[in-house]
Ligand binder design. Structure first.
Ligand code: HEM
Length: 254
């Protein structure tokens, strides 16, 4: 990035932050309209609360603020990339997010897409995207290289559903008969299910219960009172039975 780009980006962070809701609302609407397949990637239950939508744009703004010294964001980058890897976010999806984010910035700041300001934001966004893509590539490689490990999604069959005091404990076993990576205490997986009566998948994270099994994982599922039709926990509890298949990403640390 040129020094002029850096100045342009930094000077527009405050006004974008002030218009944060407009920015994220416009961004998600535009992106999900143009790329409906991403409805399978983003958690639509979280979308309705507005919690996650704000997180992505807020992270881009925070990065822009510290563009000259991105190392202050190392912790955030670790957190975001872990979440992305647990959801199998791919490098090519960064271009889609970038294009839609830039259009949203142009809309909120009321400047044309060919303005120098948008070129500056483009450079900033892709600088951040390249950092995230690089860290995520390394994480996917590490997961795939583990004993019993894998990158992306893997199919598991529900082998038991047991009542606990406050929830239900789901145990899932590999479909391919191969071993799984040993889970450590506190690690989580993303679980992907089909949304009933819709051509749509949704994923959510669940903390693993340590077990000695070489081919299965267990996790607790609690009903979500305020969950929408897209709540993975509620879908698992109401629509999934022993023998049904779900997809899991490999265990990761929080
Ligand atoms: C520079 C680009 C990006 C930034 C700064 C960013 C930032 C973030 C942040 C801060 C979160 C919240 C983490 C948490 O749960 O606490 C998040 C989650 C997420 N991101 Fe990204 N992200 C970027 C690109 C992408 C791309 C390209 C995709 C895929 C299309 C994506 C998909 C997701 C999804 C699915 C979640 C989980 C939220 C949910 O459950 O709906 N992100 N991201």
């Amino acid at each position: 990035m040129t020094p002029q780009h850096i100045e342009l980006v930094k000077s527009t962070v405050p006004v974008l932050r002030e218009n944060g809701v407009a920015l994220t609302t416009y961004f998600y609407q535009r992106m999900l309209n143009n790329h409906p397949e991403l409805n399978n990637v983003f958690n639509l239950d979280h979308q309705s609360t507005g919690r996650q939508p704000r997180a992505l744009a807020a992270a881009v703004l925070a990065y822009a603020e510290h563009i000259e010294n991105p190392s202050v964001l190392a912790k955030a980058i670790e957190h975001i990339t872990t979440k992305h890897v647990s959801l199998d976010i791919r490098p090519e999806q960064y271009a889609i997010v970038g294009e839609n984010l830039l259009h949203s910035i142009s809309e909120v700041l009321d400047v044309p897409m060919d303005a120098e300001l948008i070129a500056a934001w483009k450079a900033a966004y892709f600088q951040l995207a390249d950092i995230l893509i690089g860290v995520e590539k390394q994480k996917y490689e590490n997961l795939a290289a583990q004993n019993g490990g894998w990158a992306g999604w893997r199919e598991f069959k529900i082998s038991a559903i047991e009542n606990t005091e406050t929830a239900k404990r789901f145990t899932v076993t590999t479909q391919d008969g191969q071993d799984v990576a040993q889970a450590e205490a506190g690690q989580y997986v993303s679980v992907k299910v089909k949304v009933p009566a819709q051509d749509l998948e949704q994923a959510q994270q669940f903390t693993l219960i340590p077990s000695n099994s070489a081919q299965s994982y267990s996790f607790e599922v609690r009903a979500e009172e305020n969950g929408t039709e897209f709540s993975v926990a509620n879908i698992l509890l109401s629509h999934y039975n022993v023998g049904d298949v779900v997809k899991l990403s490999a265990p990761l640390n929080r």
